[in-house]
Design a protein around this ligand. Structure first.
Ligand SMILES: Cc1cc2nc3c(=O)[nH]c(=O)nc-3n(C[C@H](O)[C@H](O)[C@H](O)COP(=O)(O)OP(=O)(O)OC[C@H]3O[C@@H](n4cnc5c(N)ncnc54)[C@H](O)[C@@H]3O)c2cc1C
Ligand code: SF4
Length: 572
């Protein structure tokens, strides 16, 4: 029998990148919030620049609930399960994965909100890939722009604007949608290598620009500027220059006296009252079960756990899982096509031993609908990103481009010694769409240590994603060769296993037959249940999801604060 705790206005499940944002507008509006977080607080001392610990041993110092529930994967419903990775990419701690993410902080571009209508207008409805369940978002970029702006200024984002109020500036991304003002900080500095790449892009007639990052390029809100020493591509920042929610919005919300953070709180389910409304959540802490009553529940536990918790929260009112009367929980799932790398070998040192993955040069000319697709066999495109980041173990595992036969021995050692600083791998994020047969559900066999099924991914890339991959790799190879590369290699796109960019499963849209949450992020079926994170996003664009998930989280929380009495059931 769970111990019943004191009532609260709002329970937020997961204080990561999205939940950690939502707490602030609620607390500022005077709403009492309890943040239930499976992990613990981590301190600067936990963020040593240690490649072995961070990149290979996956943060053994944090509470690794996630690693005990890594989703299973199969490419389609009749395929066998893929090998299960031992480590979950995401983090359990206050601040969630915003502690160790790369902090690239992109807005989506206007096309990403209107893939169906814009594709139909420009090329005809037949160009929507067969089997895709993609829909237009219920609103356009202009609706989200004020929230992008709020989050950029609240957490601190460095970047160069390419479009302020319709005025294009080639120092930034000329393909971005209109923004109201500059970034709060100038971009992170470039390095010799990214300058060479930017110059090569310009000779090709492309439009390179420094990408946006939630990392301080100068002192911001009393936190340090970045030192550019790197080792944080899967690690936290020991000087708080990386703007995780653990050092930005969460402490600010706590300072209002309205946010109470409960750590080591492993939420097991969302409970409902006899009218089918959310009544609170049940969680386990150090082996003891608690029931936290709440007038509103905001679920922010990352895409896989969002879907899993809903599917595990069965009741008389929702026998197939909470908010799942329409069978939409888990549908429209997709993971970003981030694989399919291109790696280059240069005849000169790039001097990339210093630096971090958010410090780089981007090209958006081949993303979204920024180019004519009339003669092509796909819609969408990719963002090309070259960056400065090198670590010893990763460097020693570089490709030898077929120039030495083995990955050991004296020839190999001589090759690595000469070339470890002469290689670069581009990060190519590509449009990915949802499809009818790509979905999440509960695994019928694999369980977590508590005996609950883990999330199962049934998904694979389709022809549209594979065509984009080839096209974008061609562009990237051209860019590298123009900059002087003497050898280039390409990787496969692979399949849609567990990932850091997982979208859908609780998609947002006006139609309750095809979407779990409404345009404000609240369940169509359970009006006092809000869902936060990329699980509500219906398209990926060609760039990382977090800033968009955070802008949506702020918008959902602000909507809740303004309409609290109509959304929250009356206290009895
Ligand atoms: C190495 C790496 C690099 C990345 N780089 C970028 C980047 O440059 N730009 C970008 O936009 N995105 C990046 N991402 C992705 C980014 O981290 C995610 O988009 C973002 O963190 C998702 O936010 P979220 O709040 O949904 O999940 P999280 O930030 O993971 O937060 C979820 C929180 O919920 C908690 N939780 C989970 N289950 C429960 C439960 N049952 N009970 C209680 N609490 C629970 C977790 O402990 C966690 O704190 C990267 C990810 C990784 C791993
Ligand atoms: S490179 Fe910058 S963001 Fe990364 S740990 Fe160092 S100071 Fe922090």
């Amino acid at each position: 029998m769970a111990t019943r705790l004191k009532d609260t206005d709002v329970a937020v499940v997961g204080l990561g990148a999205a939940g950690g944002i939502a707490a602030l507008p609620l607390a500022l509006a005077g709403v009492d919030v309890i943040g239930l977080e499976a992990g613990t607080w981590l301190s600067r001392r936990d963020f040593a620049p240690d490649e072995l610990r961070n990149n290979y041993r996956a943060w053994p110092q944090s509470v690794q609930k996630a690693n005990q529930e890594v989703p299973t994967h199969r490419p389609n419903a009749s395929a066998p399960s893929s090998p299960r990775p031992p480590i979950h990419p995401m983090m359990n701690a206050v601040g969630g994965t915003s502690l160790h993410y790369w902090a690239q902080s992109w807005r989506l571009n206007p096309w990403d909100f209107k893939v169906v209508s814009e594709t139909t207008r420009r090329y005809g409805a037949s160009r929507i890939p067969r089997g895709s369940t993609v829909e237009d978002w219920p609103f356009g970029l202009e609706e989200l722009e004020p929230y992008y702006d709020k989050v950029e200024y609240e957490i601190g984002v460095s970047g160069a604007a390419g479009n302020i109020g319709g005025r294009l500036d080639p120092r930034g991304n000329i393909f971005e949608g209109p923004r109201r003002r500059e970034y709060p900080m100038p971009p992170l500095r470039g390095c010799g290598f990214t300058d060479v790449m930017a110059a090569a892009a310009r000779t090709l007639g492309w439009h390179p620009f420094p990408g946006p990052a939630a990392i301080n390029s100068r002192r911001y809100q009393n936190r340090s500027a970045c030192m550019y020493h790197g080792f944080c591509n899967r690690g936290g920042c020991h000087v708080d220059a990386k703007n995780s929610t653990a050092v930005t919005t969460i402490p600010k919300a706590q300072a209002t006296g309205r946010l109470k953070v409960v750590t080591r709180a492993h939420v097991l389910r969302i409970d409902v009252d006899d009218q089918g409304r959310a009544s609170g959540v049940t969680y386990l802490s150090d082996g003891v079960e608690y029931f936290q009553p709440a007038r509103v529940v905001l679920l922010a536990s990352y895409t896989y756990e969002n879907a899993r918790l809903l599917l595990l929260s069965t009741s008389k009112a929702y026998p197939n899982g909470l908010s799942n009367r329409h069978g939409q929980v888990g549908r429209h799932y997709f993971s970003h096509a981030q694989t399919g790398f291109v790696t280059a070998l240069f005849p000169w040192n790039t001097n990339s031993w210093y630096g971090l993955p958010a410090q780089g040069t981007a090209v958006d000319d081949w993303a979204d609908d920024n180019f004519d697709h009339a003669g092509l066999d796909f819609i969408g495109g990719g963002n090309l990103w070259v960056y400065s980041d090198r670590r010893p173990i990763a460097a020693a595992s570089m490709s030898t481009f077929g120039k030495t036969p083995k990955s050991w021995g004296s020839d190999w050692k001589a090759f690595i010694k000469e070339n470890a600083d002469r290689t670069n791998t581009a990060y190519l994020q590509k449009t990915t769409l949802p499809y009818e047969d790509n979905y999440l559900d509960l695994d019928p066999v694999m369980k977590d240590p508590l005996g609950f099924p883990v999330c199962r991914i049934t998904a694979d890339y389709k022809a549209n994603e594979r065509s984009i991959n080839r096209f974008v790799q061609d562009k990237m190879e051209r860019w590298y060769r123009d900059a002087g590369a003497i050898a280039v290699e390409r990787g496969d796109l692979g399949t849609m296993g567990p990932t850091t960019h997982a979208y859908g499963g609780t998609r947002m849209g006006d139609n309750p037959d095809t979407n779990v949450v409404d345009r404000w992020g609240f369940s169509h079926e359970v009006p006092n249940l809000g869902i936060l994170g990329a699980s509500v996003m219906g398209t990926s664009g060609a760039r990382n999801p977090t800033l968009t998930a955070q802008a949506l989280a702020w918008r959902t929380a602000e909507h809740l604060a303004k309409n609290f009495n109509s959304i929250a059931p009356k206290r009895v």
